[in-house]
Design a protein around this ligand. Structure first.
Ligand code: URA
Length: 233
């Protein structure tokens, strides 16, 4: 693989930036400073060091993002800005897509990857992956309402939701933990108990949480997190 391609696929630099880094003598391969950005390297066996950091090649990239409201969770849109646009340009070109959707006016945890198999498994209705959301509603939500939501409600299209958990944290706020993900599910569940969502944010996806990632920010998954979500391999 070409060195500049390697740098861009590992998300460290665009091809242009890689060429500049080579010119400045910032990249070494097996200890020797590289002179040309199009030099061929073996991503699995060569030791590539960029500004003192060893860059390890990985087939797939996994990113956790705290999506702000106003961004859409599709990869391309004529009318809206995709959440992918919040990543540096080189990371927008490696085939990342969101594993699971969040509505435009829902904020919170979005997992972006180019690992189709793991994404498919995480989002498949068969696997019942847990998703936790913090919500606020327009009218007070009673314990009875919470119990009704927990046991399952009939949505406007006749679908009956699976049992879930609702934790009330205030008169008009709480957390809801779902193991499924129908279109606008939580908004429609609240409608079924004559209420309406005023804000919604996903705070957990499987074992992944947002702690420390501010709205609009992102980071790579740690190795331990990657292992957990790709455990089926
Ligand atoms: N339920 C919703 O209504 N919207 C989301 O974005 C996620 C779950």
């Amino acid at each position: 693989m070409r060195l500049d391609k390697f740098m861009s696929e590992t998300g460290r630099a665009s091809r242009k930036e890689a060429a500049l880094a080579v010119r400045k003598g910032l990249i070494t391969v097996n200890g020797a400073t590289v002179k040309k950005a199009d030099v061929h390297i073996d991503p699995d066996n060569d030791e590539i060091v960029f500004m003192g950091e060893r860059i390890v090649y990985k087939k797939y990239t996994y990113i956790i993002m705290n999506k702000p409201c106003g961004y859409v969770s599709v990869t391309e849109s004529k009318t809206d800005v995709p959440a992918l646009a919040l990543l540096p340009e080189n990371l927008q070109k490696i085939g990342l897509f969101p594993a699971g959707r969040l509505d435009k006016n829902t904020s919170g945890l979005l997992l972006l990857t180019n690992d189709g198999e793991s994404a498919h498994r995480l989002t498949s209705p068969k696997h019942h992956v847990e998703k936790e959301y913090a919500f606020t509603v327009k009218f007070p939500l009673s314990k009875d309402d919470a119990a009704i939501l927990e046991s399952g409600v009939e949505l406007d299209d006749g679908y009956r939701t699976m049992p879930c958990r609702v934790i009330l944290t205030g008169e008009k706020e709480g957390h809801i933990i779902l193991r499924e993900g129908k279109y606008h599910q939580i908004k429609r569940m609240m409608q079924a108990v004559h209420n309406s969502i005023t804000s919604l944010s996903r705070i957990r996806y499987a074992s992944l949480t947002l702690d420390g990632i501010g709205v609009g920010e992102w980071r790579y998954l740690t190795e331990a997190e990657e292992k957990e979500i790709t455990d089926h391999r």
